[in-house]
Design a protein around this ligand. Structure first.
Ligand code: COA
Length: 410
């Protein structure tokens, strides 16, 4: 007969009582991990210590991408090396291009949306990446740069397929002589954009690049925390970002404005018709897309930056993608913002001006969230690298609300 006694259970770091005391639905207000990449609070937004207004005014997206991925502000030579590396990685493996082409019918009919095709294309990129199964820091950095380079190419090729055009920049992933933001527009349209347009996209990419433990980044970190690979973690991030409560809100915000414009007519802007529309929305408890934020309750630092740039483009440009002079969208949006603030004290988040800005620039609405991905890949990748470098499995508890223990045959 064995004399061994049952070992005492190992104490857990946190007792059940302590865990229950800090429970919050949606993890609201809970610190779920550490990061040195980004700090966000009502008072400001900083990427590795640099404040967002400073970056939007003085940096380029490539510089911000370097800052997030490599950890410091690039020197001139580091930046040119980084840009050359990213440009060289722009073309897609033929397997990815063929996949996008094969999805043409689904994309054109709207049965498959660009965010879903992008998510699958990123998975296929993983299969063709020589470092796919290597989670070391250097391999993760190489994969990050490849993803950064190739996501705009995927977006461009998808748009070409939707438009029934030949693939633009198939061999080179666009035009190697132009910067990241300009190349994204070029890949989608075949036109090299005006400098002001490229800069507006560049700033929007800076604003969208990183936002600490938001839902998609947290998803990516949970996946990376199991020691799964970067492409898997990024695919999960894309799936999380697609939702309308997260990145999908930039598309939904524009769809909502189009709906208001349709219902009140151009002549209704500035009149009580918009108030009536909004009050109906309040009465039915409708969520107004592009408003509110889990962390910023008194306004999103990024929103006024993009609003101003978008408004400038709309003012200087007679472009008319929705059948109305472009500035009308901002006039309507500003009225909606004012009503939300006056009646609900809810501020717009960055997705609200993003919708109006991209629409003014003639970018098709279903590509707004994929463009968000083209930016947020830098934040996700930085977090995946950080998670792998100092890993602990992310495995929270839950508060059980089900049946008391009972017998199957009882
Ligand atoms: C982002 C979001 C999910 C944050 O949610 P949250 O932190 O749970 O929101 P809050 O707890 O601050 O909400 C407080 C109240 O404001 C309401 N509210 C918040 N955002 C709202 C919105 N966009 N439209 C209408 N009401 C809103 C909530 O319903 C809640 O009302 P209640 O007290 O009557 O229940 C939420 O604001 C939202 O759904 N926004 C629209 C989607 C969006 O733009 N997402 C992008 C975020 S960057």
């Amino acid at each position: 007969m064995s004399t061994a006694t049952t070992p005492a259970p190992k104490p857990t770091a946190v007792s059940k009582e302590q865990a229950e005391a800090v429970f919050a639905k949606g993890l609201e207000g809970i610190i779920a991990g550490e990061t040195a990449i980004c700090s966000i609070e009502q008072g400001g937004l900083w990427y590795r210590g640099y404040e967002i207004h400073d970056l939007a005014q003085n940096a380029t997206f490539e510089e911000v991408a370097f800052l997030l991925l490599e950890g410091h502000k690039p020197s001139a030579s580091e930046l040119s090396r980084f840009k050359a590396e990213v440009i060289a990685e722009r073309p897609l493996h033929p397997a990815v291009t063929s996949f996008i082409e094969s999805m043409g019918g689904y994309l054109a009919s709207g049965r498959a949306v660009p965010m879903d095709i992008l998510r699958s294309a990123i998975s296929i990129l993983g299969h063709t990446d020589p470092d796919c199964q290597d989670n070391s820091g250097p391999a993760n950095l190489r994969k990050s740069k490849r993803l950064l380079a190739k996501i705009p190419t995927i977006i461009g090729h998808m748009q070409n397929v939707i438009d029934g055009k030949a693939i633009i920049g198939r061999e080179l992933g666009g035009d190697p002589t132009i910067d990241h933001a300009a190349n994204l527009l070029y890949l989608m349209t075949g036109q090299k954009p005006a400098k002001e347009y490229a800069r507006v996209i560049d700033v929007s990419l800076i604003l969208y690049a990183e936002h600490d433990y938001n839902a998609s980044t947290f998803t990516s970190r949970v996946i990376a925390g199991t020691l799964s690979d970067m492409h898997g973690a990024v695919s999960g991030g894309v799936a999380a970002l697609k939702g309308s409560l997260h990145g999908g809100a930039n598309e939904m915000a524009m769809e909502m404005l189009k709906e208001i414009m349709h219902d009140v007519g151009e002549k209704g802007i500035g009149t009580k018709a918009v108030d009536d529309w909004m009050h109906k929305a309040f009465d039915t408890k409708r969520k107004l897309m592009g408003f509110g934020h889990r962390v910023y309750k008194n306004g999103d630092h990024r929103a006024p930056i993009l609003h101003k740039l978008g408004r400038n483009i709309a003012t200087s440009d007679a472009k008319n993608p929705g059948g109305h002079p472009a500035i009308k969208w901002f006039e309507l949006g500003e009225q909606v913002q004012k009503i939300m603030l006056d009646k609900k004290t809810i501020h717009p988040n960055v997705d609200f001006p993003c919708g109006m800005t991209y629409f003014t620039m003639g970018i098709p609405v279903p590509q707004y969230t994929p463009i968000f991905v083209a930016s947020r890949i830098t934040g996700w990748a930085a977090h995946i690298i950080e998670q792998h470098a100092n890993n602990r499995l992310i495995r929270p508890l839950s508060k059980y609300t089900g049946e008391a223990p009972r017998k199957w045959n009882g």
